[in-house]
Each structure stands twice: as structure tokens, then as C-alpha cells.
Design a protein around this ligand. Structure first.
Ligand code: SF4
Length: 345
């Protein structure tokens, strides 16, 4: 078994071409990693529920012929996804209960979230929105009018989060247009973008994107999604630097995932690499209990132990907040403080 990744991609196609070239089924994914696909019980019915999508740039960071590879395990469709579980739901965080206009979620005070795109540049098998009805979300600026009217008339809203799917799958022309409308709303102060594109297809952070991002008056916060240090190669570091040079503060959120990053070594290496490149490890999420992701769940007691040990090894700013999202709550819930409160009672 080779422990070497397939290799760093140096001659990068445009991000749109990279999307077209992405691997779209488990058999091709396993073949590209030099497995015999016949050896594995990958699941066509899991793929039918949630298709496989893996860009070659992300594949290049996986190890050949290693079924324990932490990047491969995030994207390979397996038969366990089709198992039923009463505690795992289609909408575990209650997104659809807080949709105030098509595609606009108002869950927390002062912030609204726009589902800008249903497309992603990678399909993470544990995704909490893997069952989201993206077909009802707005597609054009005209479709966004009710949402923009809602934001304009609600002065308590200070921050707009562009999310999805991945908002950076949308063309720069359309993003620039949308952001210029947000710019014109005087009571908005911040623009936040939740994206995995700079990680999985780093060439997405190109001049055209930097042009509109640099020109907004809004304070820019980019929240990446990286779960394992092996996801960060030189091309990702370049993409992070470009975002920072556009004036964005870059944060990361990770999900605690069984057999992927549920060890002290994996989390420590991830947090170290992030802060070494000026990225703040913002959240470590307890898995959202979405149907099909049962096999990724790590017990909270294990997560608590890991985060407590991390705090003994890293400076405070490098230790993520360990949180869980509970539908209907006014904010994310800190698992550490809940545990401390229970301990004190
Ligand atoms: S990139 Fe984000 S939204 Fe898309 S599948 Fe992965 S976790 Fe879900």
C-alpha cells in the first residue's frame, strides 16, 4: 500500500473546466486510486440518492490504494448510507422552518443566509443539506427580489451569509451583481461566504473573483470547510493567500467525523496548519444527524475529550469551539459549556 498522495496538480485547468472534469461515480473514483472496484461494496442506491462528485484536484491529495484515506472516506458512497435510523432526519437543523422568502433563511438574530446555489464542487457524504430541496431556491436576480426586499426592510439584519450548496459555483458576474445590491443596503455591515471551493478547486480564487470581492464596502468573512490537514496543499495555501489579500478574514469550520479526524493527532495537525496560514479554526461541529450519515457520528464524550486535550497542546486561538446545532435554538450550542454546566449542577 502506497502512503503517497497521487500528486500535486500544477497545471490547473480553469475552475469551470475542473467542474466538468470531476469524477461522478464510485467505480471511476476507485479505479483512479488503483483499487479493483470489484473488491468494494460501494452503493449505487446511495449514489442515486446523492451523486458522487469529486474534482481531480481533490483526488490528487488522496493516497493510492488506501481505503482508510481520510479524504476518500468523505466522498465515497457506501451501502451504510441507505440504512434507516429513527434519530437521523432529512432536515436535521430545521432549515426549512426558518425560510422567510424563497432561498432566504432567517435563523439567528442579525444574520440571514441566502441559498445562492444548489451546486457544490464536491459531494461530502455527511452533508447536512444532502436532502435540501434546492430546486425551489432562486436562480436569477429577479428571483432574489423578495429576499432583497426582506433584508432592506429589516434593519436588525447586519450580516448576509452566502451559502448553498456552494455559493462560489455561481459565475462572478452574477455574484458581483448580487453583492452590489447588498452593498446598497445601508444597514448591512458584513458579508460572509461559506465555501469549500477554495479547498477542492483552489483555482476558483481567480482575478475575476478577487475583483468583485475586493470592491465591496462590506467587511468580508470567508468560512472554509476543511476536515483534515491532508486537504491543505500548496494550491490551497495560494488560494487562502489570495482571499486574504482581497481583505477577507478567513476562518475554518470542520465536522468531527468517525475514522477521518476523530484523533488528537489529526485535529492538532489540522488546527496547526490552519493557524500557520492565518486561518482561524472557528468551529468543530458535532455531526448534524442527517439521514444517510449515521456511520460518521462520533460520540460527544469522545469529542469533548479531544477538544480538552487540544486545549492543553495549542494556543487558545487555535482551538475550535466544539458545537452542535439544535433546531429552534437562538445560536449554536457549545458542547463544552453544556458539559461544564451539567458537571457543576
Ligand atoms: S461542500 Fe458543503 S454544502 Fe456541499 S456537499 Fe460538502 S458540506 Fe454539503
Amino acid at each position: 500500500m502506497s502512503k503517497e498522495p497521487i500528486g500535486v496538480v500544477t497545471d490547473l485547468p480553469t475552475w469551470r473546466m475542473a467542474m466538468k472534469l470531476a469524477i461522478r461515480d464510485s467505480r471511476s473514483l476507485l479505479s483512479a486510486l488503483e483499487f479493483d472496484p470489484e473488491d468494494f461494496a460501494f452503493s449505487r442506491s446511495a449514489e442515486a440518492q446523492f451523486p458522487v462528485f469529486v474534482p481531480l484536484e481533490f483526488l490528487a491529495r488522496m493516497r493510492r490504494n488506501d481505503i482508510t484515506d481520510p479524504l476518500l472516506l468523505q466522498v465515497l458512497a457506501t451501502a451504510t448510507e441507505t440504512n434507516e435510523s429513527d434519530h437521523f432526519q432529512l432536515d436535521p437543523v430545521g432549515d426549512q422552518l426558518v425560510e422567510v422568502t424563497p432561498g432566504l433563511l432567517h435563523k439567528y438574530h442579525g444574520r440571514v443566509l441566502m441559498i445562492v446555489s444548489g451546486a457544490c464542487a464536491v459531494h461530502c457524504r455527511y452533508c447536512f443539506r444532502r436532502h435540501y430541496p434546492y430546486n425551489t431556491a432562486p436562480k436569477s436576480l429577479e428571483d432574489w427580489k423578495p429576499a432583497l426586499d426582506y433584508i432592506r426592510s429589516n434593519e436588525s439584519v447586519r450580516e448576509v451569509i452566502l451559502s448553498g450548496g456552494d455559493p462560489l459555483t455561481v459565475t462572478d458576474d452574477r455574484l458581483a451583481e448580487l453583492v452590489s445590491h447588498l452593498d446598497s443596503i445601508a444597514h448591512l455591515s458584513r458579508l460572509r461566504i461559506h465555501t469549500r471551493l477554495p479547498v477542492v478547486i483552489p483555482q476558483r480564487i481567480d482575478e475575476s473573483l478577487c475583483n468583485w470581492l475586493s470592491s465591496t464596502r462590506l467587511a468580508k468573512w470567508i468560512v472554509l470547510h476543511i476536515n483534515h490537514a491532508n486537504e491543505i496543499d500548496n494550491n490551497v495555501i495560494q488560494a487562502i493567500r489570495r482571499l486574504q489579500s482581497c481583505g477577507a478574514t478567513v476562518l475554518n469550520q470542520a465536522v468531527l467525523l468517525r475514522d477521518i479526524n476523530d484523533s488528537l493527532e489529526a485535529l492538532e495537525e489540522l488546527c496547526e496548519r490552519l493557524v500557520n496560514h492565518g486561518v482561524l479554526p472557528y468551529y468543530l461541529h458535532q455531526l448534524d444527524r442527517v439521514s444517510g450519515a449515521q456511520h460518521f457520528e462520533v460520540d460527544e464524550s469522545v469529542g469533548l475529550h479531544l477538544v480538552s486535550e487540544l486545549a492543553k497542546r495549542l494556543p487558545g486561538f487555535a482551538v475550535p469551539k466544539y458545537v452542535v446545532e439544535i433546531a429552534g435554538e437562538a445560536s449554536k450550542t457549545s458542547i463544552l459549556s453544556e458539559h461544564r454546566l451539567a458537571f457543576l449542577q
